[in-house]
Design a protein around this ligand. Structure first.
Ligand SMILES: NC(=O)C1=CN([C@@H]2O[C@H](COP(=O)(O)OP(=O)(O)OC[C@H]3O[C@@H](n4cnc5c(N)ncnc54)[C@H](OP(=O)(O)O)[C@@H]3O)[C@@H](O)[C@H]2O)C=CC1
Ligand SMILES: CC(C)(CO)C(=O)C(=O)O
Length: 312
């Protein structure tokens, strides 16, 4: 059986969920982590229906200087690296490992928000880059224990350099439930960005669940966020349908009405948010194209002010 060497960079909630899914598809991925954790680990996944499955994982710590020869060999044979860290962690995480990966290793960035591809492309040295977004949900209960909190599509597509090898692509897409190949990928990522740009900051600022945004008081702001995003996306060459996108935002508000957005949870737990790659990305691209994105800028500033109160 074809068993490509796949590494997952970042053993967080989504990294571990993808790991379990690859193992279920009879693949043998491994983790690249930071810190002291290395060697064999036992991972537990609690599925949506409450049953548990265990997987064994080999982890290589990128920060450990005394790596064994076998670990260096593992890194040097990696064909696909799936990067599952937060958007603001991508550049540093990838920079620390890239020189140990072969020149034909394909890189897949899987996170919320947009923008990390612009930071990493310059140091990929010709390696192929794909981007993806997932609507699956997972929660990390302890270091090696996660709980799946939602199902959904995972959209992946090519961005630059050599394409993902054609024998690897179907293996990956069939391992991840509801995995879809989407090309060009950027319009799909802008659509997901619209959902996060509208829901995440508003729920974090007003300390409410996603469903609260269905109230009339949010209608104008949601419309402005999406309008600005559509104009900025258009300036970058991505055409989106504003009405369809607004309807999609409202449909996610309804479908996830009881959920607290990831930004709400980050603020509640005094963690850094992904605002820079969400509303911040819209603001940056607007500036680049001589546009203004006033509503997105004000949300960016509000979240930055909230973070400044607890981040050192
Ligand atoms: N969780 C979810 O339900 C969903 C998440 N997403 C998106 O997926 C992305 C990942 O989210 P999530 O899994 O929840 O985040 P987590 O914080 O749970 O996971 C991130 C992991 O990356 C690790 N990491 C960070 N920097 C490095 C580094 N330099 N080298 C190696 N490992 C590193 C962290 O390690 P450490 O423990 O050392 O900090 C952590 O284990 C985010 O963009 C999120 O928005 C999208 C949909 C749903
Ligand atoms: C879709 C949404 C808004 C669900 O809460 C999400 O992706 C997030 O919270 O980051």
């Amino acid at each position: 059986m074809y068993n490509p060497s796949i590494a997952i960079l970042g053993a967080g909630a989504i990294g571990q969920l993808i790991y379990h899914q690859l193992v279920r598809a009879e693949l043998s991925p491994y983790f690249i982590t930071r810190g002291k954790t290395q060697g064999k680990q036992v991972l537990t996944l609690t599925h949506l229906d409450g049953h548990e499955t265990e997987s064994r994982a080999h982890t290589v710590s990128i920060t450990t200087s005394d790596k064994q020869e076998s670990e260096c060999l593992l890194l040097s044979k990696t064909q696909l690296l799936i990067v599952c860290v937060k958007s603001y962690q991508v550049k540093d995480a990838l920079k620390a490992v890239i020189s140990q990966l072969p020149r034909n290793c394909h890189i897949l960035l899987l996170h919320n928000g947009l923008g990390s591809h612009l930071e990493v492309e310059p140091f990929l040295q010709g390696r192929g880059l794909s981007l993806g977004t997932t609507s699956q949900g997972a929660f990390k209960q302890s270091t090696w224990q996660i709980k799946q909190t939602g199902t959904g599509i995972t959209q992946i597509g090519h961005l630059s350099g050599p394409s993902m090898p054609s024998d690897l692509k179907p293996v990956l897409l069939s391992a991840i439930p509801n995995g879809e190949w989407c090309e060009p990928i950027l319009p799909f990522l802008w659509q997901k960005l619209a959902i996060n740009a509208a829901i995440n900051p508003l729920t974090a600022i007003d300390n409410c669940a996603n469903g609260a945004l269905a109230a009339p008081q949010y209608e104008q702001r949601i419309c402005d966020i999406v309008t600005e995003l559509v104009d900025v996306a258009m300036a970058t060459g991505v055409e989106l349908n504003k009405l369809a996108l607004t309807n999609r935002v409202y449909s996610v508000i309804e479908l996830t009405s009881a959920n607290f957005s990831s930004m709400h949870q980050d603020v509640a737990n005094k963690r850094r948010t992904e605002i820079d790659s969400i509303n911040g990305y819209i603001v940056e691209r607007a500036k680049e194209h001589g546009l203004t994105a006033k509503v997105n800028l004000s949300l960016l500033n509000r979240i930055k002010a909230i973070e400044a109160d607890y981040l050192v």
